[in-house]
Ligand binder design. Structure first.
Ligand code: MN3
Length: 242
């Protein structure tokens, strides 16, 4: 077929569909997922939006691939099963979290695992790093004194979270706050010490860093700042202030 016919057919099929059939390897490498994996489920494993090796050397490709295609896929699958099993399909994930103390461990752990990783990926970018700007920077300076001081507070929360859990930057009624949660809990849950709208998440489970950093969680936290997607964090912040 000539180029024009190809382009026309691609437009009809939708370019994504045409490429998916042609280059499955490319899509796998870029962290996209097959139809079989997402199925017709209520909650779908999101795409990363970048290749598994795109965050090298800060976060290694194998960690990213296992983290996304095994860990996150597992939470997603089990969350769907738990929601279905409890007949909670009509509840929004926000409603489930607001009342999570009354839900089963399956909903709490897998719902958290599904949501937290989704937010974690959004906060990462191969073009990330640098410093926040605009209203977000002003708010960080207002709440923490300076960007550097915010970074120290967040890093300390991530470093001192005992065992498995997460560090968070959260928009609360009173402004911005840093907190950490155990297991797969998050600040949208009624069990969280500080509750609010999560802007930035850092996974400090060992599966997030052990292959590359082993026991050096501090090195992983330092490396994280090189890949933070400040544009995405600012977008969430602006949305939360409207
Ligand atoms: Mn994880």
């Amino acid at each position: 077929m000539d180029k024009r016919t190809f382009l026309k057919n691609s437009a009809i099929l939708g370019l994504g569909g045409a490429l998916a059939g042609t280059f499955p390897g490319t899509l796998k490498a870029s962290g996209m997922i097959s139809k079989e994996q997402s199925g017709g489920e209520l909650y779908k494993l999101p795409e990363l939006g970048f290749a598994y090796d795109a965050l090298e050397p800060h976060i290694d490709a194998m960690t990213m691939e296992i983290h996304h295609s095994k860990h996150h896929a597992g939470y997603t699958r089990k969350f769907n099963a738990a929601v279905k099993g409890a007949g909670l399909e009509e509840k929004s994930i926000k409603e489930l979290f607001q009342n999570v103390s009354n839900q089963s461990p399956g909903i709490r752990n897998n719902g958290g695992g599904f949501y937290n990783h989704k937010l974690f990926w959004k906060g990462l970018s191969p073009r990330g790093g640098g410093e926040p700007a605009g209203e977000l920077l002003k708010a960080l300076e207002k709440n923490f004194g300076s960007y550097e001081s915010f970074r120290e507070t967040f890093s300390a929360a991530a470093a001192t979270r005992f065992g498995s859990g997460w560090a968070w930057l959260v928009k609360t009624d009173g402004g911005l706050a840093v907190t950490s949660t155990p297991h797969q809990d998050n600040p949208l849950m009624d069990v969280s010490e500080i509750q609010g709208y999560p802007l930035l998440a850092l996974d400090v489970w060992e599966h997030a860093y052990y292959l590359k950093y082993q026991n050096r969680r501090g090195d992983y936290i330092s490396a994280f700042w090189n890949v933070v997607n400040w544009e995405s964090v600012a977008e969430r912040f602006n949305k939360s202030t409207k």
